[in-house]
Design a protein around this ligand. Sequence first.
Ligand SMILES: Nc1ncnc2c1ncn2[C@@H]1O[C@H](COP(=O)(O)OP(=O)(O)O)[C@@H](O)[C@H]1O
Ligand SMILES: [Mg+2]
Length: 368
Amino acid sequence: MASNIFRELSAGSGALLRDESVLRPSFMPDELPGREREMRELASYLQPATRGLAPSSVLMCGPPGVGKTTMAKLVLKQLQEVSHKVLPIYINAWETSTRFGILNELVLALGDMMPRRGIAADEVVARLKEIGRREQKALPILVLDEMDRLLAGHEEQILYDLTRGPEALGLPCSVIGITNDEQIALKLDARVRSTLTNHLISFSPYSPAQLKSILGERAKRAFSPNALDAEVIPLCAAVGAKAGGDCRVSLQLLLSAGLQAEREGAKQVLVSHVKAVQASALASASTPAERKAAGLDEMDRKILSCIQKAASGLSSGELYQAFKAGESEQRTLRNRLSRLEAGGLIEGEETMSQEGGKSRKWKIKRTA
Ligand SMILES: Nc1ncnc2c1ncn2[C@@H]1O[C@H](COP(=O)(O)OP(=O)(O)O)[C@@H](O)[C@H]1O
Ligand SMILES: [Mg+2]
């Protein structure tokens, strides 16, 4: 057979990484080690749904990468297995950030087609009420992820609508709000606050030991036996712990190290592979395809592309402006910047601002 570069490449690949999809953000684990208490808590709040009743709303709060989004999706999936009435709707407020947009998603999920343009929010509400009159069975449970975005965009009326479902929308609607803004309760309208913070679940950062056991479970499925040097998982766990107890960082690092080891045709994933990707290989994750490979979410990608577009670097202030970020979103952005820095994707360079003060300009990290 004539030589073929791809056959040669694939001869060795896959020897270490048996199933890399297990380490990607789209993978849905069916257990969440270290989150047993939080899972039980959420399930107990949602339990009325198993008897056909609309559960009261819940607020979940905690830093990035601690399993909030994954847990909400997993618990709703399990709820759906025992209750056919439940209609889970997932909305990320960075993607759907207006009252109109969210109401529209609700109507669509309830099975009605809406014209996308030329109709006002109040007309959507009227449509919902109409649906509510004939559809009394469905129990919509709306996950509102990164909900602080709504406050910054002055779209908090939707929170009022949703938490007052039957009166405001003509049908019951439960909300699972998710945010990494610990101060959100202070910023909510009093009427919304009382319903939403009544059931509050706080997530703390993962400890190195917790990250180690999560990574250990995932690695069993993702890698072949003995593919990992004993120090690899502890190191990935330590980096994630340092980045704020962030599981996403740890998983991303483990995956990148595995891919790097395969590229080198190594017999095992070693600490040196982890260090190499943390410092350099992750830097090349600045092309869209590789960023995807590195497992960043939509918002991380938006941040990186903003930074990439600014030839001479971008200050945090400029980034806030580009995102039209209010106070609470600035916090989210700050958290994400530190995480991207800890992951070796960006670096901050000290510069003098025009006012003579020191500030940092963010750049895509290119070399080790
Ligand atoms: N307890 C856990 N067990 C297994 N995987 C987890 C756990 N917590 C988080 N993860 C994984 O870490 C990543 C980040 O979790 P995510 O739910 O997106 O965090 P958050 O929404 O808090 O930012 C996801 O890939 C998720 O699968
Ligand atoms: Mg999340």
